[in-house]
Design a protein around this ligand. Structure first.
Ligand code: DX5
Ligand code: ZN
Length: 217
């Protein structure tokens, strides 16, 4: 039975044909498309912004899961909403006020996600859980694809999941970084609902099989 949702990260796609890559992931059975936005300040890498997201938006009906790794997410929420984001996830460690940023995302009619880096404790997200659709727990330092999964983040996932259950809040847990056919097992056991996969799906010889494998957990 399919339980885990899979969000292929376009960071690992062939950027010379990004539109075709979105369609390829849709046909391969992805549940969402994960779009990593990096500004060269919050993380030491630069990717793409709203114009690229808007350009590929008409090519699929899959939800766009936009992961903002930028210093000032609040300034750009309206732009990413117009570009066609469905879920906007931003970092608790960024400079914007967290409550105001969540409110801005929701005022645009979108789902809000809060993400924490490996060194940020689980408790940081607790005050905001009632207003969140999703919490994203990073299992690598954000910035690059293809890094090793940090299994020591699993207690954070379990703690956040437990806190949501205690308060009867239907918040989803997403995990991002180093997800493979091996690491998905522990991520699922810890309470992950959605896993992001960049290299694990895009570099697979059979991406549809890789997605199906991850979805069974
Ligand atoms: C890293 C990004 C991830 C990345 C995951 O900063 O947030 O979404 O693309 O790539 P893999 O699955 O290769 O670790
Ligand atoms: Zn990401």
């Amino acid at each position: 039975m399919k339980k885990m949702k899979v969000a292929p990260s376009l960071l690992s796609c062939d950027f010379s044909k990004i539109g075709e890559e979105v369609v390829r992931m849709d046909k391969a059975g992805a549940d969402l498309i994960h779009l990593d936005v990096m500004d060269g300040h919050f993380v030491p890498n630069i990717t793409f912004g709203p114009a690229v997201i808007a350009a590929v938006r008409p090519l699929t009906k899959l939800p766009f899961d936009v992961h903002l790794m930028i210093d000032e997410p609040l300034r750009y929420i309206d732009d990413f909403a117009k570009a066609g984001a469905d879920i906007i996830t931003f970092h608790a460690e960024a400079k914007s006020d967290i409550a105001a940023t969540i409110a801005k995302i929701k005022a645009n009619g979108l789902k809000a996600g809060l993400v924490i880096k490996p060194n940020t404790p689980a408790e940081v997200v607790y005050p905001y859980l009632a207003d969140l659709y999703m919490v994203l727990v990073m299992t690598v330092e954000p910035g690059f694809g293809g890094q090793s999964f940090m299994a020591d983040m699993m207690p954070k996932i379990t703690a956040i999941k437990q806190e949501c259950q205690n308060r009867q809040l239907p918040v989803l847990i997403e995990v991002d970084g180093g997800i493979s056919d091996k690491t998905v097992v522990v991520a699922a056991a810890a309470g992950t609902d959605i896993c992001v996969s960049g290299t694990g799906v895009f570099k697979a010889s059979d991406p549809a099989a890789a997605i199906r494998f991850l979805q069974q957990f």
